[in-house]
Design a protein around this ligand. Structure first.
Ligand SMILES: [Zn+2]
Ligand SMILES: [Zn+2]
Ligand SMILES: [Zn+2]
Length: 207
């Protein structure tokens, strides 16, 4: 890895893939937690999560919090957090790096009979539809999300080329300008994805 890594590579991928799961869920996505207590908890959770946790952070805690978040989201929506859905999420929570579907299957096969790919894909679809997992298009991989952002909110993914970790940051203003640029071309956008490759702060220090 070059020490002179000052040029960040920006990859803007606009993907006009079918957003069917997202639009189906749209109606129930905006249901807020009731009362000020809920709001305080939401902002505390958001503030507590750095985009790229330090290499020596307590990841066990990180993963446990994300599972608790997933349980709450499923309970609030009356959705079943089945053992397979949980196992798929746990596999994704083993690190902050996204995993491909077959890597997930390999992880699950370590502790149980190898699941059929279709069941893993269905579990991933469920987790994505409920905002618990994102698809990283440029890596053809999946990332667990424990952030309490609106499911339809556009986030930018920051992909570290050194450690492989992926962080997410809100990208609503970018989404607006991309949408208006698309609209100016007479294009009707369904879904847009922003993925930026580069080096995370920890890897820059280590270089
Ligand atoms: Zn962590
Ligand atoms: Zn997210
Ligand atoms: Zn890194």
């Amino acid at each position: 890895m070059s020490l002179e890594y000052n040029k960040q590579a920006y990859e803007y991928l606009m993907v006009t893939e079918c957003g069917r799961a997202l639009s189906q869920m749209h109606g129930s996505a905006a249901r807020p937690l009731a009362g000020a207590e809920g709001n305080a908890r939401l902002s505390a959770m958001t503030l507590a999560k750095p985009t790229f946790p330090a290499p020596d952070h307590d990841h066990g805690r990180c993963a446990a919090d994300a599972l608790t978040h997933a349980e709450r989201v499923c309970a609030q929506r009356g959705q079943k957090f089945t053992p397979l859905r949980r196992q798929v999420l746990e596999a994704l929570l083993s690190s902050h790096r996204p995993l491909g579907a077959y890597e997930i299957i390999e992880e699950l096969a370590k502790v149980a009979p190898r699941p059929a790919p279709i069941t893993v894909y269905r579990a991933l679809e469920f987790l994505m539809a409920n905002g618990l997992v994102h698809r990283i298009e440029s890596r053809n991989a999946f990332l667990a999300c424990a952030h309490d952002h609106e499911q339809t909110a556009l986030v930018a993914f920051l992909i570290c080329e050194s450690c492989g970790a992926v962080g997410e940051v809100p990208a609503a203003p970018i989404a607006e300008s991309l949408k208006s640029a698309a609209a100016a071309s007479g294009f009707l956008p369904k879904m847009s994805v922003v993925e930026i490759t580069g080096l995370c702060a920890h890897c820059q220090k280590a270089a």
